[in-house]
Every structure is written in C-alpha cells, then in structure tokens.
Design a protein around this ligand. Structure first.
Ligand code: FAD
Length: 381
C-alpha cells in the first residue's frame, strides 16, 4: 500500500488550490446569492485543462488517472462545490462517457471540442418519474429513416441550462425494462431538443440545474452512443461507480472546508472568559469530525486507486461504500460546523451555512444513501 501521491498529483492539487482561491473564491458569495454560474470560471479553466479532466490526452484532455480527477474535485469543493459540479457534469458525465463508450467517429467528433471547452456537456438520465429506479425511464427512442426520434423529459440535470451536448438515456421499448435501454449523444440544436425550466436549489447554487424536453427530437443514427442498440444499461453502469467516487471526493472537500472554518472559529470565539475550544464537548466534536473526514478521504483514494489499477471488482464494491460513508459524513460534519459557530453559524456572513446547504445533496445525487445500502447488501448476499 502506498499512501503517497505522485509528484504530478501533488502539482495538480496545488494548481487547483491556487485556481480555486484566486479565480473562484471572489465569486462564491455572488454565485450563491444570484444562483448563477460565473462564465469567467469557464474561460479561466480552459488553459489549465480542467475542462478536460475526464478526456484522454489523445483528444487534448488531461485524463491520466481518476485519482487526479478526484483530487481536483476535492480542492475545488473546499472553495465552491457547485463549480466542481459544473466541470464534473461536463467532463465526467458527458465527455468521459463518450470517451469510454463512444465509437471512433463519435470521439473524433466531440472529445477535442469538449476538452477545449468549445462545447459544454451534461448527462440526462433522471426523469420526473424515474430517479432511484432509473431503469424504469420512459423517454422513448423510435427508429425512423436513418434517425432516432426521441420523446420524453429529463429533470434535475446538472448543466442542462448551459449545455451544448447531452448524453441522453432512452428506451426503444419501455415494456422490456433494461433490455431496451440506449444512450444517445444529443446536440442542443437538433430539432425537437428544448431546455426546460432552470430549477432553483437549496445548495450548489453556482451549478445550473434544469430540465431537458425532447419532443420528436431527431437524432442521427450515428449518434447512438457506442453504435450498438440496447447497450444503455452497460453504459449507465460503467459510469456510475466512477461518478460515485468523484462525487464523494467533493463531499470530502466541503467537509474539510467546514472543519477548517469551525476549528479557526473555536480558537477565536471566547465564552466564559476562554476560547470555546477549551471545552471538552467542542473538542469532542472537532476530534470526531477530523477522524471522519480522514476516513472518508482514505476510502475515496483507495477506491480511485483500485479503479486506476483496473481492480474493478473491488472498486465496484468500494464505490457504494465510499458514496454512503463520505456523503453521510459531509452532512454530519457541516451540521457540527454550524453548531460550533452557534448563532453566527446560522447567519449568511459565515460560510458554514452554505457548506451545510451544499452538503445535503451529496446523500441524494448519484444514487441515494438507501440505494448504496441496497447495493452493499446485494454484494453480501
Ligand atoms: C442537484 C442535483 C443534480 C443532479 N444531477 C443529475 C444529472 O446531472 N443527471 C441525472 O441524470 N440526474 C441528476 N440528478 C438526479 C439524481 O441522480 C436523483 O435525484 C437521485 O438518483 C434520486 O432520485 P429521485 O430524486 O427521483 O428520488 P427517489 O428515487 O424518488 O427517492 C425518494 C426517496 O425514496 C428512497 N428510495 C427510493 N427507492 C428506494 C428503495 N428501493 N429502498 C429504500 N428507499 C428508497 C430514496 O432513497 C429517497 O430517500 C441530480 C439531482 C440533484 C438533486
């Protein structure tokens, strides 16, 4: 076992840390208040390659290993997790999906432009009636004269309001369950593609989330992801584990920021003529938070290392464990950070209330905690 990051990984960590502090931090409050992603952060991320973290170097991306991708998400989330979600939905959920599953023509057509940030990506799986039970999705794909005609709607889609290209899941026949699933690469200018409502959220407010509506949306048959019908389930599952690791790294980043803020406050805030860190009940909270964050981080790094070493069987089991632990942990840690701040923690002038709002979705998105428990239990049976 090697717990040391490589020189390249440490350099990336340092680069993203500086980027987050210099470029992202000045806009965090405004983006949270206005519920709007700042375009400047798209432009500034381009030269650093942050938009191509999920894309292989032969397509101008920066994907060397997935642990590095996780480190990027962790560092960004210490400052603003919503920005990590914008880059992640683009680079992982859309671009990396195409990189892993696309035909040579599909990769040639889309990946370099996604890596350069000329196109923005998203992934539409969830529907109003199909969330945890994603396989029951109803978006219908009908083949007609060299095209697929898509009808249905997607909701809660990260980047939907700003995306140019979406990976969309649909079925050729809802009656046959997972056997009918297909994935498509859909461009925003294809006839019948509409961006629906932009949704207003409790947290991650710098990350635009919205609906996609497909009304007789005409998709050329060469945009069937992977080129083979009914491979949608395999494509969906192939991306879920890696999504869960990277999502969990963001949770670790938020938790670390909440802990650092609470520790500083506990040393500065005086009650009963002494800093509140002198009180054992505050010490208890901080000690537990620190251990929980480190445990989650190690689980994340272990899972990503397994994935990078192609130990997929172990990684698969770990993905559900990491997701469950890290994403519940961030809720406990951020709630404690607010509590350590007392009444000030409830006020907008301290960042901990934002960390707590941002944290909530981590136990919901990418498969809820209950779903992770079901997956873990399934492995045990
Ligand atoms: C901010 C945000 C961003 C998102 N981004 C994307 C995106 O980019 N692309 C995309 O496709 N989707 C995205 N999603 C959707 C996300 O993956 C779903 O919200 C999630 O899978 C849960 O589905 P649901 O919301 O329909 O909840 P439901 O599935 O309706 O669950 C409701 C409750 O029931 C519980 N439950 C459901 N089934 C079971 C069971 N069998 N046993 C026990 N409990 C159960 C759940 O755990 C939950 O507590 C996003 C969601 C959010 C909030």
């Amino acid at each position: 076992m090697d717990f040391e990051l490589t020189t390249e990984q440490k350099m990336l960590q340092e680069t993203v840390k500086k980027f987050a502090q210099k470029e992202v931090a000045p806009f965090v409050e405004e983006m949270d208040r206005e519920e709007k992603f700042n375009e400047h952060l798209w432009e500034k991320a381009k030269p650093l390659g942050l938009l191509g973290m999920g894309i292989p170097p032969e397509y101008e991306g920066m994907l060397n290993d997935y642990l590095s991708f996780g480190l990027m998400g962790e560092e960004l989330s210490k400052v603003d997790a919503g920005v990590a979600v914008v880059y992640g939905a683009h680079s992982l959920l859309c671009a990396n999906n195409i990189a892993r599953n696309g035909t040579v023509e599909q990769k040639d057509r889309y990946l370099s432009r996604l890596a350069r940030g000329e196109l923005r990506g998203c992934m539409g799986l969830t529907e109003p009636g199909a969330g945890s039970d994603a396989i029951s999705l109803k978006t219908r794909a009908r083949k007609e004269a060299g095209e697929y005609v898509l009808n249905g709607s997607k909701t809660f889609i990260s980047n939907a309001p700003i995306a140019d290209v979406s990976v969309i899941y649909a079925t050729t026949d809802p009656e046959i369950g997972h056997a009918g699933l297909c994935a498509f690469i859909v461009e925003k200018d294809f006839p019948g593609y509409q961006v629906g409502r932009k949704l207003s959220k409790m947290g991650l407010r710098s990350s635009p989330t919205g609906e996609i509506i497909l009304e007789d949306c005409r998709v050329p048959e060469e945009n069937l992801l992977g080129g083979v019908e009914h491979t949608g389930l395999k494509i969906m599952f192939s991306g879920l584990d890696i999504e869960r690791f990277l999502w969990s790294c963001q949770a670790v980043g938020i938790a670390q920021a909440a802990f650092d803020t609470a520790l500083k406050y506990a040393k500065e805030r005086e009650q009963f003529s002494q800093p509140i860190i002198n009180f054992q009940m505050i010490q208890d909270k901080l000690a537990t938070m620190l251990v929980e964050i480190e445990a989650a981080r190690l689980l994340c790094y272990k899972g990503l290392t397994c994935w990078d070493n192609k130990q997929y069987k172990e990684a698969r089991m770990l993905a559900a464990q990491v997701k469950l632990y890290a994403c519940e942990m961030v809720n406990r840690v951020t709630a404690e950070a607010v509590h350590i701040h007392g009444g000030y923690g409830y006020m907008k002038e301290f960042p901990v209330e934002r960390y707590m709002r941002d944290a909530k979705v981590y136990a919901i998105g990418a498969g809820t905690s209950e779903v992770q428990k079901l997956i873990i239990a399934n492995y045990l049976r």
